[in-house]
Design a protein around this ligand. Structure first.
Ligand code: HEM
Length: 216
């Protein structure tokens, strides 16, 4: 077995895979949230942003496939860790997952993960597989103008906030940065980052519901 295969299949290796892939997915969310703030500036700003994004269509498709691979690695490794945890093998984790105590975030990690996964499927269906010729601003306005979708997006975002809050904390655990001196600070940062990402998305969702003319 190669060094790489041995590392990735070991429990601690899986934690590294979770941490690294989670970091990339978090970075994507930051960029995605920042890009989406153009919605708050109105139709032409959002369409100009979307147009610039799609000006690099070939690179965009390559990035989308890379993102999908990273996302799948995160989901599959997370499920394997969850199963191992359930079977409670003595060598479960080389790094203690709950060193900071059991929190809402840590206790619900697999479930918030599943909700976020379902949310992303719905989200891709909404915005990535749109009818040929449809204008993305109209699609976003129509989907997020509906109270049902506001609720569904609210549930997805709440699950995402909990997931990120523990994921960010776990990242430092996996990296071995868990001195009691810094633990409270890391936990506070986890909540601030999770809260900030969700606040930006949440404001956009609410604004699209209350102001139906925002993207017209
Ligand atoms: C206010 C909330 C959100 C809005 C308005 C929004 C809007 C969009 C739009 C318009 C696209 C299609 C981009 C394109 O033209 O190719 C997209 C793609 C995507 N969104 Fe969101 N999004 C939101 C929140 C989220 C959240 C919370 C997540 C993750 C949990 C997410 C994950 C994704 C992914 C994975 C893609 C596909 C990536 C790609 O095509 O490059 N989005 N979103």
């Amino acid at each position: 077995m190669s060094w790489f295969t041995r590392t990735v299949t070991a429990s601690v290796g899986k934690k590294y895979v979770m941490a690294l892939t989670g970091l990339v997915l978090g970075a994507f969310l930051l960029v995605h949230a920042a890009g989406n703030t153009t919605i708050l500036l109105g139709r032409s700003a959002f369409l100009s942003y979307a147009g610039h994004l799609h000006a690099f269509d070939f690179a965009l498709v390559a990035i989308e496939f890379l993102l999908l691979a990273i996302f799948l690695a995160h989901v599959v490794t997370g499920l394997v860790l969850f199963m191992q945890n359930m079977w409670a093998r003595p060598e479960r984790y080389a790094v203690n997952n709950n060193a900071g105590g059991r929190t809402w975030g840590s206790a619900t990690m697999p479930y918030t993960g599943i909700i976020v996964f379902l949310f992303i499927l719905l989200h891709l269906y909404n915005f990535n597989f749109i009818a040929p010729g449809a204008v993305i601003a109209d699609v976003v306005a129509e989907v997020l103008g509906s109270p049902l979708y506001t609720v569904l997006y609210g549930i997805g975002l709440a699950a995402l906030a909990l997931h990120i809050s523990h994921g960010f904390w776990s990242l430092f655990q996996s990296a071995g940065i868990n001195h009691p001196k810094y633990d409270r600070f890391i936990k506070a940062c986890a909540w601030v980052i999770g809260g900030l990402i969700i606040a930006v998305f949440g404001i956009i969702v609410v604004m699209l519901l209350v102001n139906s003319n925002l993207l017209t």
